[in-house]
Design a protein around this ligand. Structure first.
Ligand code: TXA
Ligand code: MG
Length: 317
C-alpha cells in the first residue's frame, strides 16, 4: 500500500540521519521501539522536552522515560545500584524501565523528570532507535507517541493519525514486536513494579532472588503522573463478561470462544504474549468499526496476563 502520510519515512541511512538532525535541532521525532512507538526529544534540552508536553497535551507533573544507549552515558545522570546491575545484565537492552535516583549533577532537563529527584530510564532494544542513540551525545526523553489518555501506538500510521501534520517526522519500522509498554520497576527503595509488562514479576523476582510487590498503580504517589484514566480507547469497556450482545464488540482469549463478526480474539492459542501484541491493535480496530460498547472476557491474571489486565482495567475506568 502506498504511504499517503507525508510525515512517515521508511528506514534507510538518509532518513536515519534526517531523524538525527531533527533531534539535534531540538525537534520531535516519532520513533519505533520494540514496545510501542514513541515521541522523542533531546532529554538535556528544556526547549525540546517542552514540545513533547505541548504536543501530547501531557501535564508537566507526569515525568518521561529517558532512553539511553549504554551504561557510560547513563552514569552521568543517575546513581546505579546492585539490583539495577543484575536486572540490566539479564534484560537490557529490552522492554524494562528502571526508576533510579537522579544525580545532583545530572544534565537532564528538569521538565523531563517533572522536577523529581528520581528518574525513569530504559535501554530500548529496537535496532533503529539504537542506531540513532549511538549517534547522539545526549539521551532521548520518549513517552508513548499518543495524546495524553489515549492508547499507545504500535505502528507509524497510528502515530500519524494521532498527531496529523503537527508532527513532521515519523520513522516507520513496521509494527512493534511487543505491542504494550515496558515493565516499570522502582529500584529507589523497596523494589516494586509500578507498571506490569512483558517482563513479568516472577522473572524479576528470580533475578533478584526476592519477592516483588506490584503496587496498585492508582495509589502511587511517587509517580504523580500515573493518572487513573489512561489508555482510553474512546469506547466504554465492561470487564470480566461471559457474553456480549451482537452490537457490542467482545474481546476474548482462547479457543473456547466461537468466531463471529463481533468477536475479537486476543489469542486463539491462549498465548499471552500474542494477546499483549494484539490488544491495542484490536482496541483501535473496534473503535474504527464504530462499536459503542466493548465487553471483555476474563483473561488469566498471571505473568504477562497481569499487564493485559492492568491496561484493560485502566481503559475501563
Ligand atoms: O515502553 C515504553 O516504556 C514506552 C516506549 C516509547 O519506550 N514509553 C512509555 O512512556 O510508555 P510513557 O511516558 O507513556 O510512560 C512512562 C510512565 C508514566 O506513567 C510515568 O508516570 C512513569 O513512567 N514515570 C516516569 N518517571 C517516573 C518516576 N521518576 N517515578 C515513577 N514513575 C515514573
Ligand atoms: Mg504513555
Amino acid at each position: 500500500m502506498r504511504n499517503i502520510y507525508s510525515n512517515i519515512f521508511k528506514i534507510n541511512n538518509k532518513n536515519l540521519f534526517k531523524a538525527i538532525n531533527y533531534l539535534k535541532k531540538k525537534k520531535l521525532v516519532g520513533i519505533p521501539t520494540e514496545t510501542v512507538y514513541g515521541l522523542a526529544a533531546n532529554a538535556y534540552s528544556t526547549q525540546a522536552v517542552k514540545k513533547i508536553y505541548l504536543l501530547k497535551k501531557r501535564p508537566y507533573v507526569n515525568p518521561l522515560i529517558i532512553h539511553y544507549f549504554n551504561l557510560e552515558q547513563l552514569e552521568k545522570d543517575v546513581i546505579l545500584n546492585d539490583s539495577f546491575y543484575k536486572l540490566y545484565k539479564k534484560f537490557c537492552p529490552g522492554p524494562i524501565t528502571f526508576i533510579l535516583k537522579k544525580k545532583k549533577k545530572s544534565f537532564l532537563s528538569k521538565y523531563a523528570t517533572a522536577n523529581l529527584n528520581t528518574v525513569a530510564i530504559r535501554f530500548p532494544q529496537n535496532k533503529t532507535i539504537r542506531k540513532i542513540l549511538e549517534y547522539l551525545n545526549f539521551p532521548l526523553a520518549i513517552p508513548s507517541a499518543n495524546k495524553s489518555t489515549h492508547i499507545s501506538p504500535i505502528s507509524a500510521i497510528d502515530v500519524a493519525k494521532e498527531f496529523k501534520n503537527y508532527l513532521k517526522f515519523i520513522l516507520d519500522d513496521g509494527e512493534c514486536k511487543i505491542g504494550i509498554e515496558s515493565t516499570v520497576v522502582d529500584l529507589t527503595s523497596k523494589i516494586r513494579i509500578l507498571r506490569p509488562g512483558i517482563i513479568s514479576p516472577s522473572r524479576i523476582s528470580k533475578v533478584l532472588n526476592k519477592k516483588i510487590n506490584i503496587e496498585n498503580i492508582s495509589t502511587i504517589i511517587k509517580a504523580p503522573g500515573m493518572l487513573k484514566k489512561h489508555y482510553s480507547p474512546g469506547v466504554p469497556i465492561k470487564l470480566n463478561q461471559k457474553k456480549a450482545k451482537i452490537n457490542e464488540a467482545f474481546i476474548v482469549f482462547g479457543k473456547k470462544y466461537k468466531k463471529g463478526k463481533n468477536i475479537f480474539n486476543l489469542s486463539y492459542k491462549s498465548n499471552l504474549k500474542e494477546a499483549a501484541r494484539n490488544l491495542y491493535k484490536m482496541l483501535r480496530l473496534i473503535k474504527s468499526k464504530n462499536y459503542k460498547m466493548i465487553c471483555v472476557s476474563s483473561i488469566p491474571k498471571k505473568g504477562i496476563g497481569l499487564a493485559i489486565n492492568d491496561r484493560l482495567s485502566r481503559a475501563a475506568k
